[in-house]
Write a protein that binds this ligand. Sequence first.
Ligand SMILES: [Zn+2]
Ligand SMILES: [Zn+2]
Length: 255
Amino acid sequence: MNITILGAHNCESQNTKLTSLLIDDIMVIDAGAITSSLSFPEQRRLKAILLTHQHYDHIKDVPTIAFNFAMAWASVNIYSTLSVYEALTLILGNKLYPNFLDFPQDKPTIKFTALEPYKAKQIEGYRILPLPVNHSTPTVGYQVTSPEGKTVFYTGDTGPGLQDCWERISPQLLITEVSAPNRFEELYKKRGHFTPNLLQQELASFRELKGYLPQVVIIHINPALEEETGAELATVARLLKHPITLAYEGMQIKL
Ligand SMILES: [Zn+2]
Ligand SMILES: [Zn+2]
């Protein structure tokens, strides 16, 4: 399994892009940086787009990728929970942009498939298991298992309390978020995000429960606070005696 981090941050600029992961060139999770990162031929190779939740930084490129597929008279498969579908109808409701969820009538540009939490689904040969995490709006993380049996779990945006998730997964790679340094802990805990301290507690509980720690990669980083967050994560890695890697745009991970 080859994973490319298309967007690793929670603020967009010339050098930082919003959350988006590309898996084996055919599947994307979260749409923060699809059209701004991939060429037209690369976009057309996409077989599935999975969305973790409805926040704008995670669905931003749904209209633009749909428009590009529509221009080629092709359709694109999007998978998520029903609450995300409802949110997409706000953007794609003919008021702000064409309704690619319903148009063209005989073969809509977006083929949306609703996923149910805890219910695994085979998508393009991959086993996809959506699991609820703790964020300010309904959010699912995805465990993705490749046809070769390689496994990654991506949490999406989440705060602490993932023991239920940990019990259900056994990934080789964990891609999760840390949105701010420890001094923002009280605020970010309420908003459903990790700080380095909060992540440390969750990783410790993972290790206690499962007897190992997967490779850990951090995304959804605030660029303005990246140095401070990175330094605190280095301390967490030292305390846990386990490497923690900050993601960056274009980073490639091979499993
Ligand atoms: Zn969010
Ligand atoms: Zn976010």
